[in-house]
Design a protein around this ligand. Sequence first.
Ligand code: AP5
Length: 217
Amino acid sequence: MKRRTLLVGPPGSGKGTHAKRISSRFKIPHVATGDMLRAEVAAATTLGLAVRDVMEGGDLVPDELVLEIVTTRLSQPDASRGWLLDGFPRTIPQALALDDRMGSRGIDLVLTLEVPRAEIVGRISGRRSCSSGHVFHVDADPPRREGFCDFDGETLFQRQDDRPEVVLSRLEVYERETEPLLGHYRTSGRLVEVDGSGPPGEVYARVEAVFLDRTDG
Ligand code: AP5
């Protein structure tokens, strides 16, 4: 079985957008650390209260907290046939810790979405989300009724960490902490680079083609 996968890319590159479709198409769980952490913040759990300020400022939460929630999630029965990680690992220490914990059941395919910075800023500034995690874009993927989620009718809002000053900081964190991961996975032959620019449907077709070619899909 070869379907233990990671989608990596800068903030706003489309990881969540394509991961949801891949998860549905290949019937593997989409494990998104950003979504999981935002749910903890929204529920005001101990973990959520501990990470809220860090997330809203665009910094990374401590490795051990994220590692714990991911390994717990990957031990659930629905993850036995594979999974798609989105947002984790995003540092070399996280990648090494995951490899260490999972051993031969670790990541076997990594797709990275490459998107020019100017396009990223436009995507993030137009993103609108509901509290259940459904995501739209005011131009590229607008909701049918402006300001409200198509799926549950909830009010759409802009994420706290999508404020322009925080976005620049998140891009810097990505370049400093996460880009080195690409070399790590390239060296071990697990990395495939995907052109993430252009309309969402075209990008998804490229992502799906890699899955069909490189996994037991
Ligand atoms: P996380 O939620 O993972 O944020 P991110 O990596 O910055 O990614 P985004 O959610 O911003 O973007 P995306 O690539 O999913 O893009 P999307 O598909 O929505 O993490 C948030 C925070 O949590 C971190 O900053 C950190 O604090 C913490 N955290 C999470 N994981 C952690 C970890 N492992 N360690 C430590 N801390 C961690 O698309 C963006 C928009 O563009 C949408 O509106 C979409 O509709 C639109 N769009 C998508 N594709 C296209 C296209 N082709 N053309 C036009 N528009 C498009």
